[in-house]
Design a binder for this molecule. Structure first.
Ligand SMILES: N[C@@H](CCC(=O)N[C@@H](CS)C(=O)NCC(=O)O)C(=O)O
Length: 201
């Protein structure tokens, strides 16, 4: 059985918990206190020298970090990873977008707002980060205007990846109300068979 090292409030971790649910796969869950530095200590660093959850432990004891790599590992061979060459590349395209443009703003705003004390200096960066978050959401909104899913004509791991922090953007003060196409897509993901909410994982 797979073992997932994760933190219950992590959107990166929720991507994997959602994927397990959509694939109807069982796994063992180990809670790591990533908020208070457990990922930066000796034992955990043997699992991921980069000091971050989520990490998936495979049945042979191999450790696989990086949420989007884990999504690809679990989804490969299922309809969530397209075999068509271009659709596959587009899936990767949106997952790189998620990591380089979306997560550093939408997820980081949520982290600062939820986990750092109100007098922490990083609160001063929130207006700029929120602006970048809206820019990322605008790219998604325009893309979804005439499409149901990000990379293909069905849900892929790119949708799972982008859902995780997008649906919690308001936790970081990035309001979603004006993004009609994104809100419709969020509901489309919520309607997938096996869907599970972050709070229920
Ligand atoms: N690129 C990584 C980012 C993972 C990440 O940022 N994990 C955070 C929690 S969401 C973490 O472990 N932070 C603790 C730390 O950096 O010490 C992924 O997608 O898995």
């Amino acid at each position: 059985m797979f073992t997932l090292y994760d933190n219950h409030d992590s959107g990166n971790g929720y991507k994997i918990r959602l994927m397990f649910a959509l694939l109807d796969l069982e796994y063992r869950y180990v809670e790591i206190d990533s908020i208070h530095g457990e990922t930066r200590q000796g034992e955990f660093l043997t699992k991921n020298p980069n000091g971050k959850i989520p990490v998936l432990e495979l049945e042979d004891g191999t450790y696989l970090p990086e949420s989007n790599a884990i999504l690809h590992y679990l989804g490969d061979g299922t309809p969530f990873v397209p075999t068509d060459k271009l659709d596959h590349a587009k899936t990767l395209q949106w997952m790189f977008f998620e990591q380089y443009t979306h997560e550093p703003s939408v997820a980081v705003a949520r982290y600062i707002a939820r986990h750092l004390p109100p007098d922490h200096e990083r609160h001063e960066t929130l207006p700029t980060i929120r602006e970048s978050g809206h820019a990322a959401l605008k790219v998604m909104e325009d893309h979804l205007f005439a499409r149901d899913w990000f990379a293909a004509n069905r849900p892929t791991i790119a949708d799972v990846s982008l859902f995780a922090y997008t649906h919690k953007a308001e936790d970081g003060g990035i309001e979603l109300g004006k993004y009609t196409a994104i809100n419709t897509w969020l509901d489309r993901v919520r309607d997938l068979p096996g869907f599970v909410a972050l709070e229920d994982t």
